[in-house]
Design a protein around this ligand. Structure first.
Ligand SMILES: [Zn+2]
Ligand SMILES: [Zn+2]
Length: 154
């Protein structure tokens, strides 16, 4: 079985579990997200999937992403500030780096035990349902640009 076929099967199984219809739109959008190497905005996903779904609109992309999120097939990457919502195909929790200047969000693989943070939230009578690491600062490109600006050549 190819990767695509396996991914389709997973989506079809999750849709059927909920008694939801399997549509071309859902299949194509799910494939488009799976094919992304990085985090993407709904607009980028629209651009990728449009050639295959000519009548696709942004609201449809958003509602399908929401559905895929509910089915645990896609997640929202934590951004910072007012940047656009970014979606990603890695459903398992992982760390992120968010750039304060350009808004770029990248995956960070760091094993951090967030259990104590979740426990502290629980102890404060909150109802935590997850925790993840977001490191903020300047991405490599912005850091290089900022270094170039702060040390001009004489
Ligand atoms: Zn940046
Ligand atoms: Zn990520």
């Amino acid at each position: 079985m190819t990767d695509t076929a396996a991914q389709d099967e997973l989506l079809i199984a999750r849709l059927r579990e909920r008694g939801l219809r399997v549509t071309a739109q859902r299949l194509v959008l799910h494939r488009a997200i799976r094919g992304m190497s990085e985090h993407a905005t709904a607009e980028e996903i629209l651009t990728t999937a449009s050639p295959l779904l000519p009548n696709l609109s942004l609201p449809t992309v958003y509602s399908t992403l929401e559905l895929l999120e509910e089915l645990d097939l896609v997640r929202r990457a934590p951004g910072i500030g007012s940047g656009p919502v970014l979606y990603e195909p890695r459903p398992e929790p992982h760390g992120h780096f968010a750039c304060r200047r350009c808004g770029r969000v990248e995956d960070l693989d760091a094993d951090v035990d967030l259990g104590p943070a979740v426990a502290a939230a629980g102890a404060a009578r909150m109802a935590p349902d997850g925790a993840e690491v977001v490191v903020t600062g300047l991405c490599a490109q912005c850091a290089a640009e900022s270094a170039a600006v702060s040390s001009p050549t004489p």
